[in-house]
Ligand binder design. Structure first.
Ligand SMILES: *Cc1c(COP(=O)(O)O)cnc(C)c1O
Length: 361
């Protein structure tokens, strides 16, 4: 068996330890004689799996008691609709558009009310986070929306916007659990788990209780109301049970790694290895502006499309997978989520150095 260093943006690399444990438990989960995949979601064994997962997540993030943790489906994309359907009580919301995902969320919200774009970085292909210290927040805005880490463009909010007292809603799909977070600063944060936590098919939403009400957009389907899932502790219908089980294992792995402060330190170390090399490189160049750089997704180019393609191909052959950049940026993207080891990033930098040497004029 050969495992590669997987730099894919998502679905993405998972801790090997977690995968091995899941493999060991595949046929017989802890004496039940069945796989978690085959188990009733109303069983005692699964009840413990989902409750432990929630508790471990609460411990890791320090989630206050007045916040609900929901395990949902439909990807981050369904949240682009559920957020306005559930929260646009005045029919107004402000969006900060820092990339494709924020833009999609903004466009979707405009189906349900007045969705304002109060800041954007599209003028320079989303290569930076705009100044959000004094935005024209609408007096009637029900919330202010951000995509905290822009997976495609490799930028990240390092300070949260000044929402002028309005509720902050954040898509944290690609920076979930990458560093400690002050949950109290958000009304809601959510993410698809397939970037930094687990397998595709689960979305985790953390929502302040007072925001979960029956006052939703007219005729909102039962399944698209947060209250439905909050009242039944994510078991209104069959949840993505196996995915939740793997997420739970990743939470335990994170606890063992020392929690979010320790993981942040490791993530910063990995990001520095790459950015420091890029800053001194004669061939490669980072595409995100320095003060907006992401710790999770590192975008870079050589400036020559053919050379970029050659790099991706040769890297793949050297066991460094998933480095092709998103089509809207081009070049390369190294996603260095929690489960990517320091050794993986060192191997990438070493390969880049060699490639640079071979192609220096
Ligand atoms: C990947 C991604 C999405 C889209 O997620 P789906 O689960 O495919 O809907 C949305 N937002 C961010 C920040 C992402 O990284």
């Amino acid at each position: 068996m050969k495992r590669v260093y997987n730099f894919s943006a998502g679905p993405a690399t998972l801790p090997e330890e977690v995968l091995k444990e899941a493999a060991d438990e595949m046929l017989d989960f802890q004496g039940t004689g069945m796989s978690v995949m085959e188990m009733s979601h109303r069983s005692k064994a699964f009840d413990k799996i989902i409750k432990d997962a929630e508790q471990d997540l609460r411990d890791l993030m320090g989630i206050p008691d007045n916040y609900k943790v929901l395990f949902l489906q439909g990807g981050a994309h369904l949240q682009f609709a559920m957020v306005p359907m559930n929260f646009m009580k005045n029919g107004v919301a402000d969006y900060i558009v820092t990339g494709n995902w924020a833009k999609r969320a903004w466009k979707e919200a405009s189906k349900f009310g007045k969705a304002n774009c109060v800041a954007s970085s599209e003028d320079r292909n989303f290569s930076y986070i705009p100044d959000c210290s004094d935005l024209p927040i609408d007096d009637d805005a029900d919330y202010v929306y951000i995509c905290q880490n822009n997976t495609i463009y490799g930028t990240q909010f390092h300070t949260l916007p000044n929402t002028k007292g309005k509720t902050l809603v954040a898509d944290v799909s690609s920076c979930f659990l990458s560093e400690p977070v002050e949950v109290e600063k958000y009304g809601m944060l959510y993410g698809g788990v397939q970037k930094n936590i687990g397998p595709a098919g689960v979305v985790i939403a953390i929502i302040r209780e007072d925001l979960i009400t029956e006052d939703v957009y007219p005729n909102t389907p039962t399944m698209l109301q947060y209250k439905t899932h909050a009242d039944k502790e994510s078991l209104y219908n069959t949840p993505p049970a196996y995915g939740i089980y793997i997420c739970g294992k990743v939470f335990k792995w994170l606890k063992k790694m020392g929690g979010l402060s320790a993981i942040k330190e490791r993530n910063e170390k990995k990001a520095s290895l790459l950015y420091d090399f890029l800053d001194g490189s004669s061939l490669f160049k980072g595409t995100a502006e320095k003060d907006s750089r992401s710790y999770m997704n590192v975008d870079f180019v050589t400036g020559d499309k053919e050379l970029d393609a050659e790099f991706v191909k040769e890297a793949e052959a050297a066991g460094l997978a998933g480095l092709k950049g998103h089509r809207s940026v081009g070049g390369m993207r190294a996603s260095i989520y929690n489960a990517m080891s320091v050794e993986g990033v060192e191997a990438l930098v070493k390969f880049m150095k060699e490639f640079e040497k071979r192609h220096s004029k």
